[in-house]
Ligand binder design. Sequence first.
Ligand code: PSU
Ligand code: MN
Length: 300
Amino acid sequence: MSALAIAPAVRDTIASGGAVVALESAVITHGLPGAAALDAVRRQWTASQEAGATPAVVAVFDGQLRVGLSLEECTALAQRTDTVKVSPWNLGAALTSPRFGGTTVAATVQAAALAGLRVVSTGGIGGVHPGDGQDVSADLSELSRRSVCVVCAGPKSTLDAAATLERLETLGVPVIGWRSLVLAGFLAASAGLRLSSRVDTVDELAQLLGQHWELGGVGVVVSQPLAGDLAIPSSELAAAETASARGPERTPAELRHLQARLGERVIEANLALLERNAALAGSLAVALGRVMSPMDARHG
Ligand code: PSU
Ligand code: MN
């Protein structure tokens, strides 16, 4: 059995030059509580489809790195209690045990690159945790080695956004603001930091990505702010208490803490931004198909 399995629907879409959006699954297994996780999958699924793209949920499923789960398989994944959070560092091991896991942005970017996909959608990316600057998400290092674009609502609210942006700059990973010059703040509308570039249409964004990759550029972050009444004021999102959580458990613990403290609003905001990001990612994948020839689309 090969370690990587691309679903027939995804394979067919790629073969016919269609658009695909890769979706992460750590948000299903570790980011959102049961029912909300499935809501998140359905809403992202529909949003990317309505934009003209085929959704490809990435996960470790039955001992394989799968690109494209069915909705039934997503439900099965959400219901399992033995899943691990899968990052590039434990991906190989997770295939053997426990054989099921949710992929972080890092592992999803890796899978997307292997499958020849260019666009990943998520809620918030990982980054530099506050403190001594030693806990840095593998999302950043993976973005520095794969020519894949991640559409997100900025770094998760519990992170050090300034240090995260700084690190992305060091790694050569541009952060492009979607219709905004301010870095998105995940559940908050803004992280209060200025970006160096902004785009207002998906064609403009696709053009930029095509040129970035033509010149050997690596990963790209697209930051879409969650505006309006769903966004939560930054003052309410003040540092989560995570004294006991370390390592891979830290991010899930911080998200649970926010959900416990601020209630349903956190879930609603999280679902809304996941959906909006999947819609934008879908339109972007379609636009990329117009600017990149099948030759360019292949990862070099
Ligand atoms: N965004 C969410 N919920 C999540 C995550 C992001 O709204 O659960 C996950 C993503 O999969 C991201 C991961 O890649 O958290 C980062 O974890 P860490 O800091 O351990 O790298
Ligand atoms: Mn970490």
